[in-house]
Design a protein around this ligand. Structure first.
Ligand code: ITT
Length: 202
């Protein structure tokens, strides 16, 4: 069975492949499947947007019997009233570098009263099965906004996501370490639990 993962984000795709590698599925990115689709992510929650993404791909793909999967995720910062949240990739503009976005988040959190640096990464994975059933699964990881960027790994906001119990930012972890604790890994683990019975029933 083929699984097409509806993302244009290469950083996500790399993590997803590593985490799902033990499933008996041929995993293709949108690009590898030759699908080009412009998706209007106008939902108000991660779950709504994850479902919008799989349904948008289904609309162009038609009846081909594949599993479509998507990830909607983001950084939720308490001192910014939950922003950038579902707007994480659009925050300050899609084409603005993460170096600039990260500096702005640090600046805003530094200015917050009571030194509240709490944040979390959230992820919802949606799967659209060949029979039309939609499954969703969520995962989060708690952290703090760091005082400066650290590390070269991961992508996006990883250099400013500080994990107190590791004493490191997410971008300082190896790929395997990030994939053992990330919001995406947790959501995909929960999704795997839901998918395995589906794959076993053929
Ligand atoms: P697709 O919609 O094509 O999957 P996207 O990057 O636009 O790609 P989202 O709308 O889900 O995806 O936005 C996710 C953003 O949240 C992502 O671009 C990063 O800014 C941030 N993000 C999510 N997971 C992250 C992670 O593991 N590490 C760092 N930043 C992350």
């Amino acid at each position: 069975m083929k699984l097409i993962f509806a993302t244009g984000n290469e950083g996500k795709m790399k993590e997803i492949r590593a985490i799902l590698k033990d499933l008996p599925l041929e995993i293709l990115s949108l690009k590898e499947a030759g699908i080009a689709v412009d998706i209007d992510e106008n939902g108000e929650t991660f779950e709504e947007n994850a479902v919008i993404k799989v349904k948008a791909v289904k609309a162009v793909l038609g009846e081909e019997p594949v599993i479509l999967m998507s990830d909607d995720s983001g950084l939720v910062v308490d001192a910014m009233d939950g922003q950038p949240g579902v707007h994480s990739s659009r925050f300050m503009g899609e084409d603005t570098s993460y170096h600039i976005k990260n500096a702005e988040i640090i600046r805003r959190v530094n200015a917050a009263p009571e030194g509240n640096r709490a944040c979390r990464f959230c992820c919802v994975i949606a799967a659209l099965l060949p029979d039309g059933e939609v499954l969703t699964a969520a995962g989060t990881v708690e952290g703090e906004v760091a005082f400066e960027e650290r590390g070269e790994g991961g992508f996006g906001y990883d250099p400013i996501f500080y994990l107190a119990d590791k004493g490191k930012c997410m971008a300082e972890l190896s790929a395997a370490e990030k994939n053992s604790l990330s919001h995406r890994a947790r959501a995909l683990a929960a999704m795997k639990e839901k998918l395995i019975p589906v794959l076993n029933r053929g």
